[in-house]
Design a binder for this molecule. Sequence first.
Ligand code: MN
Length: 260
Amino acid sequence: QVCPGVWGCLCCGLTGLVGIAVRPARAAEPASAPAPALVADLVAANHILFDQGVVDGFGHVSVRHDKDPSRFLLSRSMAPALVQAGDIMEFELDGAPVGAAGRMPYLERFIHGAIYRARPDVMSVIHSHSTGVAGGAALRPVFHLAGFLGPETPVFEIRDVAGPATDLLVRSDALGDALARTLGGHAVVLMRGHGSTTVGTDVRQTVFRAVYAEVNARLQSDAQRLGPVTFLTTEEAAAAAQTGNGLVGRAWELWRIRTP
Ligand code: MN
């Protein structure tokens, strides 16, 4: 009789135990296939974020897997504007790729997994190096469509957790955890000297937020050059964010037809 493996020790004693000891870790199986509409939205998000100037050759967008909340979907390492459905990979929340089939993952995939672990409400994550938000100054909402920023965005200082000599990239699960802690319950976290990360309850809302965080950064900078700025109050920001959630579809429809 051939020892069946894990339970083999019950029927053949030592042979089974040895079997357990020498068996290599089994590769994780992919979850059930994600809904095609979710993958289509993720591909579209990649293209829209480029079209709207949020990402360039760099930056990435993910969604939590609809069939398994302990997995997420993210393109292989490539320019977002060029992403197609076949480039979408599945990951565990520690950043381990599942069924990579030779495809190279993004170095900073840990940003996504750590945030999905820390924030069960988050269904999509966008990381970008967009010019408006990389300076390290906090963003504050100067107009209604950026109410989701809340009174002020947190700023992640990588030196506080990894010292003064990193390349600024979130290239480990531990750094991902540190970023997720700084994000806390906010929608956007700035990353000093690097970029920003935006979260939301679905990919369309998260794209909306990433686009308007960038618009707000430009408006904030322009407004501050003109004189003292009156920012939205905490209450105005909350109310405007609520209204904004109802407007996501209109913006998405427009952005969607502009991209192939
Ligand atoms: Mn980056």
